[in-house]
Write a protein that binds this ligand. Structure first.
Ligand code: GLC
Length: 475
């Protein structure tokens, strides 16, 4: 069986969030199980991709409106990834360092065209193959028109029997665009137009739900939530439920391994407390914060979805009440949140610090050095950070939502693996912080919890098996 994953991100080549992590890991574990799996992404000008060597597979053009866009597909010669990585080079569209946004965090205006060039180039390349993939696995709205194109666009008719699987990592971004841009699509059968449409616009995610052979979400909890609320797609989510399943993401336990991680200061041996203490010391030195207090960290995009706007009022009011704890925030995003955090740096000197950047190495160091990881997400399709944290002995403090609910049990129960709160309010989150501080001072419970969560199984083992079952059933 040969599977091709089509996505906008793939770690380490191009990563903006968890989508990149998953597309960079799942194919590796599928290959290890004997399922031949390759990945294709756009050839951005990221640092990693600029440092690679490539072998050309094909040159071609695809039509976007009245424009014939030239493209090439290359195979990356780096064999260390655990799967073949192909890239689509379409210079005008992808030769930019940012994946979705420019250096000022502004989304690219030609997003629709970029996605269409990419999807068509991939399919055009497949048309010319002697041995085609047996199944196409698409991720998120950037690749959501593939199931439609292969079924209903005459140019790609030869691909219509290839099964398509669609995975929703984030249902909030549906990629919708106006019918005025319809001429950018490949020619399609007139009778299929209604499949593109949802609420009077072309909605790629809705179209994928209608046209794909099967769809998955990245946790079971998120699938149930989407059936209740999914920005207008609720009816569709329910109507297509027979071909849907929630499969929990795993983490790449080779990359995320506290016993061997080359990015952290002090690797885990058999004493979890020494490992935590040494890494915390390094973090506290790097950031200007006290070493003798419980350390909370937030790592990720500073956006409403992740609840980052709750951080300034939450941390502010917690510290004003005289609570003794320190906080470090790592991430980029919404300028209004970054500004608020920057102001807090001098205000709470010694207790609060930030690094407003995307920094993979620093993220590893924070997972190793912090006592608690804060995830006050409004929505969380799966969330990987809570699993990275657990693997590094850092207790997750999470809002009970989506995949967080599926992966973190509250310490109030014997199987507890973190601290949870329900409502998206400063009060509820603050209570969780107080409970965390209390746990921190109960050194025996903290040590045994650390040991327990480090030992939890977050590998891809179980989930890979579920994907393979779907692939088997469809091919
Ligand atoms: C998206 C979701 C996140 C999930 C990741 C990988 O980034 O927001 O919850 O873990 O995709 O599937």
């Amino acid at each position: 069986m040969k599977i091709l994953h089509i996505a906008a991100e793939c770690y380490p080549a191009a990563k903006a969030g968890g989508l990149g992590d998953v597309v960079g890991a799942l194919p590796k574990y599928l290959n290890q199980k004997g399922v031949q799996t390759a990945v294709i992404i756009p050839k951005y000008k990221t640092k990693w991709l600029l440092g690679q060597r490539f072998k050309k597979e094909i040159d071609g053009t695809v039509r976007i409106g009245s424009y014939q866009a030239p493209y090439s597909v290359y195979l990356c010669e780096n064999v260390s990834l655990g799967f073949p990585l192909y890239v689509v080079d379409a210079p005008q569209f992808f030769d930019r360092p940012g994946i979705y946004t420019d250096a000022n965090g502004q989304g690219y205006e030609d997003e629709v065209e970029r996605n269409l060039v990419f999807q068509q180039a991939v399919l055009h390349w497949i048309l010319g193959m002697k041995e085609r993939p047996h199944l196409l696995h698409c991720h998120d709205h950037h690749t959501a028109l593939v199931p439609f194109i292969v079924k209903h666009c005459p140019e790609y008719n030869a691909l219509k029997n290839i099964p398509t699987v669609f995975t929703i990592h984030n249902g909030q971004y549906q990629g919708a665009f106006s019918w005025q841009k319809a001429q950018s699509l490949p020619f399609f059968e007139a009778k299929a137009a209604s499949l593109l449409e949802w609420n009077n616009v072309i909605n790629p995610m809705a179209c994928a739900l209608k046209c794909c052979w099967y769809f998955t979400t990245v946790s079971p909890g998120y699938l149930s939530e989407l059936r209740q609320y999914s920005g207008g797609l609720e009816w569709l989510m329910n109507n297509e439920r027979a071909k849907s399943i929630g499969i929990l993401n795993g983490i790449d336990t080779q990359v995320w391994n506290p016993f061997t991680d080359p990015m952290i200061e002090y690797r885990l041996t058999n004493d979890v407390n020494v490992y935590k203490r040494e890494n915390k010391r390094a973090v506290c030195r790097r950031f200007r914060i006290r070493e003798d207090l419980p350390l909370f960290t937030f790592i990720g995009r500073l956006v409403g979805e992740k609840g980052a706007d709750l951080l300034p009022p939450l941390i502010g009011s917690f510290l004003y009440e005289g609570a003794q704890a320190c906080f470090v925030v790592l991430g980029t995003g919404d300028p209004s949140i970054s500004d608020a955090l920057k102001k807090m740096q001098s205000h709470f000197f010694g207790y609060f610090d930030t690094s407003l950047e995307y920094n993979e190495t620093l993220a590893h160091q924070l997972y190793a050095g912090a006592d608690f990881l804060l995830m006050p997400s409004r929505v969380e399709p799966c969330g990987l950070n809570q699993m990275y944290a657990q693997r590094y002995g850092t207790v997750p403090v999470v809002r009970s939502v989506g995949g967080l609910r599926d992966t973190v049990t509250d310490v109030a129960s014997p199987s507890g693996s973190g601290i949870r709160f329900d409502r998206f309010t400063v009060e509820d989150a603050k209570l969780a912080l107080y409970r965390s501080v209390k746990l921190y001072h109960d050194s025996l419970s903290l040590k045994s919890l650390r040991e327990k969560i480090i030992g939890m199984d977050h590998s891809w083992e179980k989930s890979v098996h579920q994907y393979i079952q779907i692939y088997d059933a469809l091919t």
